[in-house]
Design a protein. Structure first.
Length: 203
């Protein structure tokens, strides 16, 4: 998993509440277990017109936001059915962080396991950040996971909270497998001791 320590990037405003996982990536694109290539399908129902052309009104299709790595979103982001493809699609689209008043629990957990940082903030603060994000290419934020700080375009610093264990995993790029391998030396020591004491287990 890609490490997340600090990013400085444009934020795109998506003032829609209850964005569900089907809106993030619709079910017909869930046939793969590959994490790459899903970005082109992210938000496909609102990102493209019926003829397949881009919807010019969709925020991430606008020139100022094509390189956005941060999404400022509405309440209850990621609700609906559980699908790990949702954070995969957002990551493949180039997003590294979503800021919203609240997230669906399963989506929230899946984000941390895949390197996408979800930040919960009070509605009033999200509203202010949404206004910042409406300034196009000037809407540059800094997200500092180590110090748990967001720096707004005007320089104001806002603190946020993340569970310490999840913070540790994201900063070090540990998914579930990586977290296990962090204990690789101790695992090897245990196996060597067990093999010496109970060799029949290894026959």
């Amino acid at each position: 998993m890609e490490k997340f320590t600090k990013i400085r990037a444009v934020a795109a405003p998506l003032p829609i509440t209850n964005v569900d996982t089907d809106m993030i990536i619709s079910q017909e694109h869930l046939r793969t277990i590959e994490r790459t290539g899903l970005g082109k399908h992210a938000f496909s129902n609102i990102r493209y017109n019926e003829d397949g052309s881009e919807n010019e009104d969709f925020v991430l299709n606008k020139p100022a936001y094509r390189s956005a790595e941060i999404l400022i979103a509405g309440d209850n982001f990621g609700c609906g059915s559980s699908r790990e493809h949702a954070p995969w699609a957002l990551m493949d689209l180039g997003l590294r962080c979503v800021i919203a008043p609240s997230f669906a629990d399963i989506f929230y957990g899946n984000c941390f396991k895949n390197g996408l940082l979800p930040i919960k903030l009070p509605q009033a603060i999200v509203d202010d950040l949404m206004k910042d994000a409406e300034n196009g290419a000037n809407a540059v934020f800094t997200i500092d996971l180590e110090n748990l700080e967001i720096t707004r375009p005007d320089g104001e610093v806002i603190s946020f909270e993340v569970d310490g264990f999840r913070q540790h995993c994201m900063i070090n790029g540990f998914d579930d497998i990586g977290l296990t391998m962090e204990k690789g030396e101790k695992i090897s020591e245990f196996e060597a001791k067990q093999k010496a004491e109970q060799p029949w287990l290894y026959r």
